[in-house]
Design a protein around this ligand. Structure first.
Ligand code: AR6
Length: 182
């Protein structure tokens, strides 16, 4: 299942499935501040990519102690077909009282900036923070779409950006929100 929208020269796609199977130059990971791996999409990316990704994360830990919430770092992608994995750390939902919305927007903004520097032409995103971190899915979809479309109105260089939804609820939320904003 795939639906496409276009902003200037960039295709915006929504798919349903496993991000580790997705063909893109850059795969974004919803990591935690330790960068040591975990469950959810983080676990799936480390399993599919193999130990090279953790080795890259350990280097970053040694240099800067991990990754702050809202920030983004990158490693190689090991056995994945992508060139890089960009690890970003979404906020844990806390009733919206701890700047979570702004921090989630920063995740998308900072990964896009880093992806441009890495000259990635295609990026695959999971629905950051909407699993273990319990961010309300509809609000997260709106933030993801507004941040990405806002960035694309200002920057060229991407061929496609793919929102890879794992569950039906996120998939239909993304489709509805994209139709509403296009
Ligand atoms: N492909 C695409 N999306 C997936 C996959 C997959 N293989 N597996 C899960 N999702 P989560 P978070 C979806 O919990 O909420 C980790 O332990 C999932 O359905 O992976 O940001 C980290 O180490 C959900 O919609 O990430 C952190 O400790 C979305 O990915 C913590 O979880 C994000 O869910 C981060 O929590």
């Amino acid at each position: 299942m795939m639906t496409e929208f276009k902003i200037r020269d960039t295709l915006l796609k929504v798919t349903k499935g496993d991000i580790t199977k997705c063909r893109a130059d850059i795969i974004v990971n919803a990591a935690n501040t330790s960068l040591l791996g975990g469950g959810g999409v983080d676990g799936a990316i480390h399993r599919a990519g193999g130990p090279e990704i953790l080795a890259g994360c350990m280097k970053i830990r040694n240099q800067q102690g991990g990754c702050a919430v809202g920030e983004a770092v990158y490693t190689t992608a090991g056995n994945l077909t992508a060139r890089f994995v960009i690890h970003t750390v979404g906020p844990v939902w806390n009733e919206g009282k701890r700047n979570e919305r702004h921090l989630l927007a920063s995740c998308y903004q900072n990964t896009l900036e880093l992806a441009l520097k890495l000259q990635g032409r295609s990026i695959a995103y999971p629905n950051i923070s909407t699993g273990i971190y319990r961010f309300p899915k509809e609000q997260a979809a709106v933030i993801a779409i507004l941040t990405v479309t806002g960035f694309l109105e200002q920057h060229e260089g991407f061929r496609e950006i793919i929102f890879v939804c794992f569950d039906d609820e996120n998939y239909s939320l993304y489709l509805n929100q994209l139709q509403a904003h296009m």
